[in-house]
Design a protein around this ligand. Structure first.
Ligand SMILES: [Zn+2]
Ligand SMILES: [Zn+2]
Length: 345
């Protein structure tokens, strides 16, 4: 699928995943990956191996190549460990048993030490690099906010390339692809058997809800998973603009598999305030045979009147589960007013 951000065709759809998704990063018989020690520096004179004939290159060699560029440009002095570059994120993200062989434009780096001009040089020289994002060490976004509180916002900065990533979560109903504008989103990487995905699966199979409410939707992971398990009506809500942007892309990428025939965007999310803690505003309405998904920008506290009729199941997936669990009164009121079961995955 074409990326809505950079226009390049670098977004994987569920329909593109024919064999096991991990094949994307598997080595061919010629690849010969040699793991490096991440706590050691890379010599400036080492000849770093280039890509294999299959077009892929071992992640440690790609990181070592980036290290040499940072050293040459004076960002590193050559004594720092290889791991000091930052956090590598593969695209698409999926659970792997061994370190990946990277195809072109499949690595996003999250770092706090690379200046823009050097990031641009690295992007030109390293074919495997999808992009570099600057991040301080805060979680991007406003975190958990309630109406009436002023949120503190952390946003990352895209230094080069593109930061739109896909993550592939495996479920009992096949792969669920989730799209994230990574500079502005919390990192949540797929695990082997993902506990949140299994929790949605378990609740949906047991309760057979007609309406599934993903109240802190983020990029739409849990709501779209419920749709994959056949829940006919999905409502997703989030206060953060980048979550809404990402959730729209998640709907688009899963469109065919879910039988969605029409996606109606009612308001341009990029023109809205970054954080909206007031009454929810409908941003995207997607429908098809036996499926409808509504995506709202706003606070779940006011979502009640906007919910369709039918047997309901609500998931709350906040950042801070401990403090959220203390909101007894709110959860009791939600069960009473909205009805149906509520769970925290
Ligand atoms: Zn892109
Ligand atoms: Zn190879």
């Amino acid at each position: 699928m074409k990326c809505s951000c950079c226009g390049e065709d670098h977004i994987i759809c569920p329909g593109d995943i024919i064999s096991r998704p991990s094949e994307i990063f598997a080595s061919c018989p010629q690849c010969n990956p040699k793991p490096r020690q991440k706590e050691k520096p890379v010599s400036p004179v080492e000849d770093i191996p280039g890509p294999c004939k299959c077009g892929r290159r071992f992640i440690d060699d790609v990181m070592a190549d980036i290290y040499q560029i940072l050293n040459e440009e004076g960002v590193l002095n050559g004594s720092e460990p290889l791991s000091s570059i930052g956090t590598p994120l593969i695209c698409p993200g999926l659970f792997l048993r061994r370190p990946p062989m990277l195809p072109p434009r499949s690595l996003l780096i999250i770092s706090d030490l690379i200046p823009v001009p050097v990031a641009k040089i690295a992007y030109k020289k390293i074919p495997e690099l999808l992009g570099i994002v600057y991040h301080s060490h805060e979680i991007p976004g406003p975190g958990d906010v309630t109406s009436g509180q002023k949120p503190s916002i952390n946003e990352g900065i895209l230094l080069c390339g593109c930061d739109v990533r896909a993550d592939i979560f495996l479920s009992g109903s096949g792969p669920v692809v989730v799209i994230k504008k990574q500079a502005d989103m919390h990192i949540e990487f797929p695990k082997g058997i993902d506990p949140k995905i299994s929790s949605v699966e378990k609740h949906v199979r047991r309760l057979h809800p007609e309406v599934f409410i993903d109240a802190c939707a983020g990029p739409g992971t849990l709501g779209i998973t419920a749709a994959h398990f056949g829940v006919p009506r999905i409502v997703m809500c989030d206060v953060w603009h980048a979550s809404i942007w990402s959730a729209i892309q998640t709907i688009r990428v899963n469109q065919r598999k879910l039988g969605i025939t029409r996606i109606n965007i009612l308001e341009d999310i990029e023109q809205r305030p970054p954080v909206w803690t007031e009454k929810p505003v409908l941003i995207c309405d997607a429908t098809g045979e036996g499926i409808s998904i509504q995506l709202y920008h706003g606070s779940y506290e006011f979502l009640g009147p906007y919910l369709p009729e039918g047997k309901r199941l609500t998931v709350f997936d906040p950042f801070n589960k401990e403090s959220f669990r203390k909101k007894d009164q709110f959860l009791a009121a939600w069960s009473e007013k909205v009805g149906g079961e509520v769970f925290i995955p």
